[in-house]
Write a protein that binds this ligand. Structure first.
Ligand SMILES: *Cc1c(COP(=O)(O)O)cnc(C)c1O
Length: 368
């Protein structure tokens, strides 16, 4: 059997190890926030936003962000049916209802027309998830937001490196959230980031994430409201600082891996890869192949062929509304596309030979 090809794997160099070691050795007492502050500064600069708050996860960042917008019982939040559960779960933590709408067939991201059709008097926000690095139609979504007075939130967990008309994913909405889970382009093991250009929202989220203690409160141990605590540790932030210094290279490598797949696969008109539309750059977190319906190639066939070659390919997200805790919605693309799609491995240290064996697998599937 071939050596296993993982679907993702973090890129950890001496720099990450050196910074984490320094944080463990020296990052205490007066210095316990040094790497956290530095990581937030670096992230702000990279994204060109005014405010950033490092968190323990993207899920946590979304939870406090939605809470800060006042999302609560009886409210609705619109999002794409094709999503990771982490985007929907925080809506339910706040006793609000996720409203699942269909995706576009080419970007696999939320369909703005369907999003508009789902707006009611209870709609509190629309979440734009940039799936696998592919960008949502932000012009259409922001126009919707302006028309109805509804904030647009970006789930950019998968979209570091993606740029829409000169603006980085996560920097365009009322707020954006990121994940630094071990599978993501930039990692801190576990971790996340909340970003916004809105100073008032920033202050609210800062207070919420500090158990409701405002930084203007002069009394010690004095919460002004019930809050949360989704903080990142200084040691995790140290790893984040090292990754941040390497961010261009981490993104470029993702793009290079995608290009190699595309160069070898795009001649087959039976398959569709992550798009990169005019005036955008795709960070290609997860190269994905969608087979044409006519091919009758199924997810089961794909998993079978890849696992026989010891390749850790992953299934395209199931529609969230198909899960047992939600109610099915007739979102055609969200239900159809995952039945004939697969995520391909992509990690910094993968070799050309690794990629060629994956490409050979796909060619074999197409020709059978
Ligand atoms: C990874 C991911 C998350 C969750 O990130 P955590 O850091 O694990 O909470 C949220 N949304 C999307 C789209 C993701 O891919």
């Amino acid at each position: 059997m071939n050596e296993k090809i993982y679907y993702t794997k973090p890129s950890i160099t001496e720099k990450e190890i050196e910074y984490a070691t320094d944080a463990a050795r020296n990052g205490w007492g007066d210095r316990c926030y040094e790497y956290i502050n530095r990581f937030e500064q670096g992230f702000k600069q990279h994204l060109a936003v005014n405010h950033a708050i490092a968190t323990s996860s993207c899920t946590g960042a979304m939870h406090i962000g939605l809470a800060a917008l006042g999302v609560g019982l009886g409210d609705e939040v619109i999002l794409a049916d094709t999503n990771w559960i982490a985007t929907a779960a925080p809506i339910t933590y706040l006793s609000a209802t996720p409203v699942f709408v269909d995706i576009l067939p080419d970007t696999w991201c939320i369909d703005p027309v369907q999003a508009e059709a789902a707006i009611t008097s209870k709609t509190k926000a629309i979440i734009a998830t940039h799936l696998y690095g592919n960008l949502c139609d932000m012009d259409a979504l922001i126009a919707l937001g302006n028309k109805y007075g509804i904030p647009i939130i970006e789930d950019a967990a998968e979209a570091i490196g993606s740029v829409y008309k000169g603006k980085r994913a996560g920097s365009m909405g009322m707020f954006g959230v990121f994940s630094f889970h071990g599978t993501k382009t930039l990692t801190t093991g576990e971790g996340g980031m909340f970003v916004t250009n809105n100073s008032e929202l920033y202050e609210t989220v800062l207070t919420l994430n500090n158990h409701g203690r405002s930084r203007n409160q002069t009394k010690q141990f004095w919460p002004d409201m019930i809050g949360f605590k989704y903080k990142m540790s200084n040691i995790q932030a140290a790893i984040g600082c090292a990754q941040m210094e390497r961010i261009e290279s981490l993104i470029n490598r993702k793009r290079e891996i995608f290009s190699f797949y595309a160069d070898n696969l795009q001649q087959f008109n039976k398959i569709h890869l992550n798009p990169e539309k005019k005036n955008t750059l795709n960070g290609y977190w997860m190269p994905t192949v969608v087979f044409d319906k006519k091919t009758q190639i199924t997810r089961e066939i794909l998993i079978d062929v890849f696992s026989k070659e010891n390749i850790d390919a992953r299934v395209f997200f199931y529609p969230l509304s198909s899960l047992s805790m939600f109610t099915p919605v007739a979102n055609y693309n969200s239900y159809d596309i995952p039945t004939r799609a697969i995520n391909l491995p992509s990690y910094d240290e993968m070799t050309k030979e690794n990629q060629i064996s994956i490409i050979d697998c796909i060619k074999k599937i197409i020709n059978e």
